[in-house]
Design a protein around this ligand. Structure first.
Ligand code: UDP
Ligand code: MG
Length: 154
């Protein structure tokens, strides 16, 4: 099973959209395996956004991501990284498809509510970066019988 890291950014917390966004991921049939609120510091953000560190807008991203606590979640599911990116929508909410989290609920590029891992490998790395082993939970989800075919939940 793949894992994906979600961060509900300060705008999601401040706008009271934590429940709305989490509900969309739950309704997909994903398994929540970790959840906590935290403040992000510069070191963690630099590691997380290493691909953007040389961009002129990086400082703004870092300031914004530190501006209030965030909610971080780890989710598990069959090929879930790509599925979640589709639910999240394009980086720029103004061109994100209607029906997606960003397309429905956001309008500013730097205020796009949510981070989601962009590859299977990054899903594993990012979950490990934000969660300790003891904060990740393994358990059986009874609804899997009705969410997956047998080979998908193996
Ligand atoms: N971002 C921005 N301006 C840009 C590109 C990115 O403010 O031109 C911010 C935006 O909040 C985005 C985050 O940096 O979510 C990470 O960028 P990435 O390209 O990884 O997009 P994502 O994976 O979040 O869609
Ligand atoms: Mg990204």
């Amino acid at each position: 099973m793949e894992r994906t890291l979600i961060i509900l950014k300060p705008d999601a917390v401040q706008r009271g959209l934590v429940g709305e966004i989490t509900s969309r991921l739950e309704r997909k049939g994903l398994k929540l395996i970790g959840l906590k609120m935290m403040r992000l510091d510069s070191a963690l953000l630099k590691a997380h956004y290493i691909h953007l560190i040389d961009k002129p807008f990086y400082k703004g991203i870092e300031e914004f991501m530190k501006s209030s606590p965030v909610v971080v979640m780890a989710w598990e599911g069959f090929e879930c990284v790509n599925s979640v990116r589709l639910i999240v929508g394009a980086t720029n909410p103004r061109i994100a498809d209607a029906g997606t989290i960003r397309g429905d609920l956001a309008i500013g590029q730097g205020r796009n509510l949510i981070h989601a891992s962009d590859s299977k490998e990054n899903g594993e790395t990012e979950v490990a970066r934000f969660f300790e082993d003891k904060e990740i939970f393994a358990y059986d989800k009874s609804e899997y019988l009705h969410v997956y075919e047998p080979y998908e939940r193996a």
